[in-house]
Design a protein around this ligand. Sequence first.
Ligand SMILES: *Cc1c(COP(=O)(O)O)cnc(C)c1O
Length: 380
Amino acid sequence: MKKRLFTPGPTPVPESVMLRMAEPIIHHRHPEFSELFTRVCENLQYVFQTAHEVLTLTSSGTGAMEAVVCNVHSPGETAVYVNGGKFGERWGEILRAYGVNAVEVRVEWGDSVLPGQIQSALEQHPNARAVYLTHSETSTGAATDVKEIAKVVRERKDVLTIVDGITAVGALELRMDEWGIDCVVTGSQKGLMIPPGLAFVAVSPRAWESINSSRCPRYYFDLRAARKALGSNDTPWTPAISLLTGLDAALAMICREGIEQVWARHARLATALRSATKALGLQILAKEPSNALTAIRIPESIDSKKFSTFLKKTYGITAAGGQGALAGKIIRISHLGYYDELDMIAVISAIEMALTGCGFAFERGAGIRAAQESFLRHSP
Ligand SMILES: *Cc1c(COP(=O)(O)O)cnc(C)c1O
């Protein structure tokens, strides 16, 4: 049976990228590595839309989140973070672990924070040094208006805007420099289309000022060490070399397509899946849905376990369930990274058959038709 992965990380890896990773390993203190790493760093800057350094860490995405917190702050400082899902909540946990006074802006899971909520949090906590956002909240499928919020934060010159872009980079429009964002983090197994194991942090000059004066303990994740090594097209410690080789191939694909076209493709796939969802009589959890994934509410009449087992056992489809309080209530379908129109048609078709298998009443074919119409209306 053909396996089809529809989870929002890890995401499918293109064949050409897998073949590159199968090549004999190179050594990271030799010119062939510096040449590759220089190209990777430049292409990462393009993907992040920044002229500032993008640092590569060998860890999962959470490592990059932790690196930002322990480099930017000193214990006892105050920071605001948005908890609109599992990953926003994680910012709070990391901040507290490093002795930062973490002020939570809570939004209903599935909702997106409004610029006004950030404004009032900053008014109530004028000593806050940073605002932590999640651009695409992978646990709920909600998108945050990072551009507008960054504007509000920029009105205070001592406050940094820090963005978890882990399912946003390479999927949603994100212009780090133009929007005035100070740190953006991502992980390798999401929009960058390679396996898990690398994480990235882009850092603005303002953020470097905080990093250079921070009093938090740090060693492996010391961003000053990563910056210094970058000066000689290198990393301070042995990186996941094979993943960097794969990344080189994946970034070449993104550059060939063009970042704007990559964002447009994600929008096209997301729009079609959303209209199919509605045509099937199902609901989308997020009010402002992310173009990286769609979280669909599972009707109460359906046994969610039976539904996902049907997808997996009958059609080889792996989708993601809900996390925490959303367990059993939603199914999350990814369109993040290496996907095209017919991947969406396939997953919608499987969903329709699984719904039928679970006894749900709807007009069979309605989802497929809605998706086809959407694709025909929005052809590239
Ligand atoms: C996947 C993800 C993370 C965590 O990344 P890991 O690689 O699992 O450590 C954090 N934030 C968001 C938004 C994610 O999608």
